[in-house]
Design a protein around this ligand. Structure first.
Ligand SMILES: [Mg+2]
Length: 183
């Protein structure tokens, strides 16, 4: 079996971010924004009465990251990919100030990962790998890797077929597609 280097995004691909972020903002500022309402990359658009600083504020609190959870199925299927012998790297375009708290939570949610497997990189196209799984279309476009777009409301309006990108809907599907690729 072929062993792949699998690059994988963190936020909203394996670590639920938007849901927890919205719940913080809704609670604090009395909004009722749902994840389905976030149909672009810019979350500030969903909170027209708040400043960008107010919208981003929760992300700079360590205890916010501590409350995040894993995306359904991701711990189980990522572990299976590692057990199958693939090299896994988590590539996250984090702010340096939030990276440590995020990394700590990732290591707790995915205990089979090591710190060295979690990379902070804004230009994901510069990282070498066979495949990237990401919910951000800007990370996939022009990448030299095979591209899996993790379906989220923020990318639902994007036509992935025009960019040689495969839209994926669950971690089970991702696992099965990778198994099929290397069989
Ligand atoms: Mg993401």
């Amino acid at each position: 079996m072929k062993r792949l280097t699998i690059l994988c995004d963190a936020d909203d691909t394996i670590q639920e971010l938007t849901e927890h972020w919205l719940s913080e903002l809704n609670c604090k500022h009395n909004y009722h924004v749902k994840k389905e309402d976030i149909t672009s990359w810019d979350v500030t658009k969903a909170f027209p009465g708040l400043t960008p600083e107010e919208v981003l504020e929760p992300l700079y609190r360590d205890e916010f990251w501590d409350r995040t959870t894993s995306v359904e199925g991701s711990p189980y299927y990522l572990k299976k990919l590692v057990d199958d012998g693939h090299k896994l790297l988590i590539v996250t375009a984090s702010n340096p100030e939030t990276f440590e708290a995020k990394t700590e939570k990732l290591l707790e949610l995915f205990p089979f990962l090591t710190k060295e497997q979690i990379i902070r990189e804004n230009n994901k196209q510069s990282v070498k790998g066979d495949i990237l799984i990401d919910d951000g279309v800007h990370n996939l476009i022009n990448g030299a890797y095979i591209k899996f777009l993790y379906h989220q409301p923020n990318n639902s309006g994007f036509n992935e077929k025009e960019h040689d990108i495969t839209r994926v809907y669950s971690w089970k599907e991702i696992y099965e597609r990778i198994c099929h690729m290397v069989a």
